[in-house]
Design a protein around this ligand. Sequence first.
Ligand code: ADP
Length: 406
Amino acid sequence: MTAFHSLKKGALLVLNSGSSSVKFTVFAVEPEENRIVPFFAGQLSEIGTDAKLSAKSAAGEKMAEESWADRDTGGVPPLLPHLISWIETRLPEGMPLLAAGHRVVHGGSGLHHPVMINEHLMKELESLIPLAPLHQPQNMAAIRVLSESRTELPQVACFDTAFHHTQPTTSTTYAIPRELTEAGIRRYGFHGLSYEYISRHLSEEKPDLAKGRVVVAHLGNGSSLCALKNGRSIDTTMGFSALEGVPMGTRCGNLDPGIVIHLMREYKMDVNDLERLLYHKSGLLGMSGISNDMRALLSSNDPKAKEAVDIFCLRVAEEIARLTCAMGGIDALVFTAGIGEHSVPIRSMICKHLKWLGIELCEESNASRQPQISAENSLPVHVIPTNEELMIARHTVDLLTMRNAA
Ligand code: ADP
């Protein structure tokens, strides 16, 4: 991050807007100390049915836990101006809102870096809706509402795909006719802000490792893995959509495309049926028939839950091996996101499949939640909490600083 002495002291709003929830984090920008510090965070959830606001200060104190059902007229856009007003009333005197940074799912083949939002960009984002029809419109709706209700507020878009633009075409190309590849049917990859955060963290905290070959396992409700070579993404498990790769909470992960043809022909499924099945009813939930939540599966005695967990761990280990191949070796493994950061047994089960690769956990360090959990003779295995929101805040500050300098 560049020095940002030219900025005023103020607040930054980071928004991650979905169809039924909006997650937000407010950061304090302290130019004199050249730092950005978390101030408070929260979310609007169950939008469209029974909206609720919850928020906590960075110190963990509850700031809100309230029903907004009376304001919920359906969808995110009508609720956002209320949320912005609520946030602004919580900002102390002398700490104005300086800008908003948005997580935007798709930057296509052309948007490789975060950008200031203007009408031209909105048209470009619109043209990318077919690539992410479930998420891009939600991200754009939040941007539009903010630009209408806070006309002067600078806004920045940070793309989940951008970090992967360094991948070679051997990683991004599907074995389909060339003209489809050229039309944009290629692997893009997601969770880029998380991988970028981990890559920067490694270069600051473990510069030797950062120069090497690292597999990062971002295991959350949505899961993917990324091969980092010298800090850059060279391959990842998600592809054209966020369905590819390992099984997730409710998403299927890798699937023989012949199944889709079969479901259409024999089960007469249409686009909507398939979207519902593959995005919302598959993965851990589909396999177990119990839950998409890893904690629920780990505490269940049902053999189907155990099998779903076993399949998840084996698939993750297999992808670690595949990404190792893409990098010509591996120097370290990093676990991050909800499951990766918190689940002792899942980390253990995954690594048991990888002994042949020189990866072995120190079960004591794993159980006591140390930042490094590898056994003495193993390749290093680290647990690094990700922070996509901070990454967006840093990008937003960088762009504001550059704009001031220009
Ligand atoms: P998202 O992809 O929605 O950002 P998160 O990164 O927050 O999700 O991860 C959510 C997942 O993390 C859920 O499946 C949850 O079960 C899992 N998780 C969180 N804490 C634990 C834990 N202690 N043990 C196992 N799984 C956990």
